[in-house]
Ligand binder design. Structure first.
Ligand code: PEP
Ligand code: MG
Length: 545
């Protein structure tokens, strides 16, 4: 077997005949500029009509419709059209003129070191391809390989029954990638150019594979059968609320950074959002306005349709920086002005975000939580700023509502303040990614200390379990990655975590594990796990070995 690795955008096991899509341009002599211009105008009008029709297709998600609308705007861009005209007048056939103009524009955009601009550059190349005549490919049941797969092709080919996509160029944030994720079709990009010489049947898992031996093929087919059986078993849980075998409700929510994440998670049975990481909004070159924030928070709340929605205020600092909000170099940024501390330092930006959340909370049920809270004074200070934001909204005559408030438990000192928090806020959410790194003094991104960044250490689990004994009256959730840890899920449930925030792809598995778990009368097992002395012993006891 030969394996080719690339950037796997959508993982999925599948196979099929490979079909290579190559753009072929009619190389015959250009006619007069007037005739070429006429051909271009006809093609443009037809595409414009098509795009308008597509953007109105009610079966599309708002995100996909927005891509078509953006394409329509690009198609009407006077500078783009002017450039095409210039090339036609210099004697090029319209197809070449379109491709040349698109290349110039996309080179200009790609030169800007920003993933967003690079993705938009791909959109303009996509428009160009749609303007020139394309070969009609029969992609049904096949895996499509192309130098670069465009958004319109993901839509067209998935409708036509393609089983997966491969390409040489692409990025995780491109529109084509977003659409492939939405369609749930396997997609690997950034493959080496030599794959263009492949033919026959290809196989996909995390990678692209060819030339499987008989034994490898048999193994692949067995894995496919197992996938299908698991899929069918888990799909039954999509609409089921999370609960344990003994009927204890355990909400399986998700963690998101965008509307796209949310839509995917809802399709996979998310019962709410345990964490919306808003800082990504603040990591763009220009800070978001209040109106822009409101629009996004609203669109998420609308999509959630009443399901619980926790917005975390901007958690910048550490590795998440914005040039405008940067408060200078620090020797230890993860121990520096991070999370709520930076928000206190950039109070106007923080207050703007609070106001946006408070306004949307008057329209939709929203909860708001604060990152990196270390002591009770942090909570008092948040409340003071919140009161100022409310007073200002009142003066502005805006409708607002104070949402339910929560703090993240991700600094060890916060573990010892549960009683005090229960007097001040409505809920807590454990951020285990940071809680573990601060408890064990092991940088979560430094592989040299990953041995110490160990969630199965009895000390770590004891600290969490003890803190929950004081959390009476608080809704207790978890939004760190450990919420999806298969070994720990039964333990979290047994010690009282009511909500687990997990990535979309882990929702059904988490529901399944909970269903196989008992939550009542587990004190003896919990004590048994916690009395282990080493990580290995904890693992054995979690497995109930
Ligand atoms: C955490 O620390 O567990 C958490 C959820 O926050 P982040 O990963 O965004 O720091
Ligand atoms: Mg954190």
């Amino acid at each position: 077997m030969k394996r080719y690795q690339g950037l796997t955008i959508v993982t999925g096991r599948t196979f099929g005949p490979l079909i290579i899509d190559q753009v072929e341009i009619d190389d015959s002599q250009a006619k007069s500029p007037k005739e070429e211009w006429q051909k271009f105008s006809d093609a443009k009008n037809e595409l414009s009509r098509e795009l308008e029709q597509r953007s109105k297709d009610e079966s599309l998600t708002s995100e996909t419709a927005a891509i078509f609308e953006a394409h329509q705007l690009m198609l009407e861009d006077p500078e783009f059209i002017e450039e095409i005209k210039r090339h036609i007048e210099s004697g090029l056939a319209y197809e070449k003129a379109v491709l040349q103009a698109a290349q110039d524009f996309s080179d200009m955009m790609s030169a800007i070191e920003d993933e967003y601009m690079q993705a938009r550059a791909a959109d303009i190349r996509d428009i160009a391809q749609q303007l020139i005549t394309k070969q009609d490919l029969d992609v049904a049941g096949k895996i499509v390989l192309k130098d670069e797969i465009f958004p319109s092709e993901v839509i067209e080919y998935s409708k036509a029954g393609a089983k997966g996509f491969l390409s040489l160029k692409g990025s995780a944030t491109s529109h084509a990638s977003i659409l492939a994720k939405n369609a749930g079709l396997p997609f690997i990009t950034n493959l080496p150019p030599e794959v263009m010489t492949l033919s026959g049947t290809v196989y996909l898992d995390e990678d692209l594979m060819v030339d499987l031996s008989e034994a490898e093929l048999a193994e692949f087919n067995q894995a496919l059968q197992r996938d299908e059986a698991t899929r069918q078993r888990l799909a039954k849980l999509i609409d089921q609320p999370g609960h344990t075998a003994d009927g204890v409700k355990r909400q399986v929510s998700t963690n998101i950074s965008s509307l796209d994440d949310l839509l995917q998670a809802l399709e996979l049975g998310a019962e709410g959002v345990a964490l919306f990481r808003t800082e990504f909004l603040f990591m763009q070159p220009t800070l978001p306005t209040r109106e822009e924030q409101k629009e996004l928070y609203r669109s998420l709340a609308k999509a959630l349709n009443g399901k619980s929605f926790i917005i975390r205020t901007m958690d910048l600092g550490g590795d998440k920086v914005n040039r405008e909000l940067d408060s200078g170099p620090e020797d230890n940024p993860f121990l520096g002005l991070r999370g709520i501390r930076l928000s206190f330092d950039k109070i106007q930006v923080f207050k703007r975000q609070l106001k946006a959340i408070l306004e949307v909370a008057s329209e939709y049920p929203i909860k708001m939580m604060f990152p990196m809270v270390t002591n009770l004074e942090d909570v008092y200070q948040v409340k003071e700023i919140l009161a100022q934001a409310e007073a200002e909204l009142k003066d502005e005559g805006r409708a607002y509502e104070t949402p339910m408030l929560g703090v993240m438990i991700e600094v060890p000192s916060a573990l010892a303040l549960m009683k005090e928090f229960s007097d001040e806020v409505d809920f807590v959410s454990f951020g285990t990614n940071d809680l573990l790194q601060y408890t064990t003094a092991s940088d979560r991104m430094n592989s040299r200390v990953s041995r110490w960044y160990d969630p199965y250490q009895p000390a770590f689990l004891r600290l969490i379990a003890r803190s929950l004994e004081d959390a009476k009256g608080l809704h207790v959730g978890m939004c760190g990655d450990l919420a999806a840890d298969e070994l720990l899920i039964p333990f979290w449930s047994a010690i009282g975590f009511e909500e687990l925030g997990v990535p979309a792809a882990r929702i059904l598995k988490t529901k399944q594990i909970l269903l196989e778990t008992r939550s009542r009368d587990q004190a003896e097992w919990v004590d048994y796990v916690l009395s282990a002395k080493t990580s290995q012993e904890v693992i054995e006891r979690l497995r109930r070995d």
